[in-house]
Design a protein around this ligand. Structure first.
Ligand SMILES: [Fe+2]
Length: 198
């Protein structure tokens, strides 16, 4: 059977956003904030419109694969064991698979960004241990924003860090986990951002 897809449906993905919200409201809120900052960063790097649109959607859906992570791991109120971390890492692969099966016209670009949003600058990230400029620019951008938002919002197992504390931690990861140029750009952007900075 051939599915008929209208142009309207092609670039919409509200069901995925709702699915994530239903599964874990924190993750949905986190993705909303990451998406907003990702667009600002993409503009700061003068990304072409099509890349900016892929980054925007990837910002919103980067953790959609967490739908596939069981409660005992996703909602665990404490540190994950090494085995649980391995399970959690699979959200990058699940997210890629979920997005590749949407009708988004840029699904392959978005899926690629989602797959690689935890690659680290020094090659110690996952799932493919890409390093440096082999990591797509959009992924290096998302990693910085993702880390900042995770630190500055509270969870049951850690309280929110202040903006200054979070920036100190990020600076400590410059050149290892994070691309130094992206971090500098983020630092300038967040200082000038109208978003409330704790
Ligand atoms: Fe993630």
């Amino acid at each position: 059977m051939t599915l008929i897809v209208t142009p309207d449906q092609e670039n919409s993905y509200p069901s995925l956003v709702t699915a994530l919200d239903v599964r874990d409201a924190y993750t949905r809120g986190h993705c909303d904030r990451v998406c907003m900052l990702a667009v600002e960063m993409g503009q700061a790097f003068a990304l072409p419109a099509s890349d900016l649109e892929s980054l925007r959607i990837a910002g919103q859906l980067h953790d959609v694969g967490k739908i596939g992570i069981r409660d005992a791991v996703l909602l665990k109120p404490g540190r994950l064991t090494p085995d649980e971390w391995e399970e959690m890492k699979a959200h990058t692969i699940y997210g890629e698979q979920i997005i590749r099966e949407t009708f988004l016209t840029n699904r392959n670009e978005v899926a690629g960004i989602v797959r690689h949003h935890h690659e680290a600058y020094d090659g110690n990230g996952y799932p493919d241990r890409l390093a440096g400029n082999d990591i797509p620019l959009s992924c290096r951008i998302l990693l910085v924003i993702d880390a900042y938002d995770a630190m500055t919002t509270g969870r049951p197992y850690h309280k929110a860090r202040s903006h200054d504390e979070a920036m100190r931690v990020l600076q400590g990861e410059s050149g290892t986990k994070l691309d130094p140029d992206i971090l500098s750009a983020f630092s300038r952007l967040i200082e000038a951002s109208p978003l409330p900075v704790a």
